[in-house]
Design a protein around this ligand. Structure first.
Ligand code: FES
Ligand code: FES
Length: 155
């Protein structure tokens, strides 16, 4: 039995140790904000925050996270920081199909929690592991910059 914190609640998984965290989250816990795409660590759609770091959950064996803390967009959306990012993304129409957005928002959180006033280059670097097929990235970069200003003091 593997135990970990999932969005603030202690959970137990009966999955095999080598199962992907991505599959366990989606199939056992029905956490569908974690998107499944390449399953090779290339797209970032499956991003989660694991013990404060952005990771591709398709590359994490669930057996390796016993005792860890996992945050997905479902948990993050309860935070004040999410509210600020949500407004900022909407204000510049940074969402098109939406498939990449849970991962992008979690990547945004990881950028801002390390550096509350990032440069454009730092923002681009911070989302470089998250692919977006729709937006061309500029609006997303802008949204993160706006969130940094609007959320002063939160990060
Ligand atoms: S599904 Fe995990 S990085 Fe693409
Ligand atoms: S909004 Fe469609 S992939 Fe990013």
């Amino acid at each position: 039995m593997i135990k970990f914190m999932l969005n603030g609640k202690q959970v137990r998984s009966s999955a095999k140790e080598n199962e992907r965290l991505l599959d366990v989250l989606r199939n056992e816990f029905h956490i569908t904000g974690v998107k499944c795409s390449c399953k090779e660590g290339e797209c970032g759609a499956c991003s989660v925050i694991l013990d404060g770091r952005l990771v591709n959950s398709c590359l994490v064996a669930v057996g390796s996270i016993d005792g860890s803390n996992v945050m997905t967009i479902e948990g993050y959306r309860e935070t004040k920081q999410f509210e600020v990012l949500d407004k900022a993304y909407a204000s510049v129409s940074a969402v098109q199909c939406g498939f990449c957005i849970p991962g992008m928002v979690l990547a945004s959180e990881c950028i801002l929690s390390k550096n509350s006033n990032p440069t454009e280059a730092e923002i681009r670097e911070g989302i470089s592991g998250n692919l977006c097929r729709c937006t061309g990235y500029n609006a997303i970069v802008k949204a993160i910059g706006i969130a940094a200003k609007e959320g002063k003091g939160l990060w």
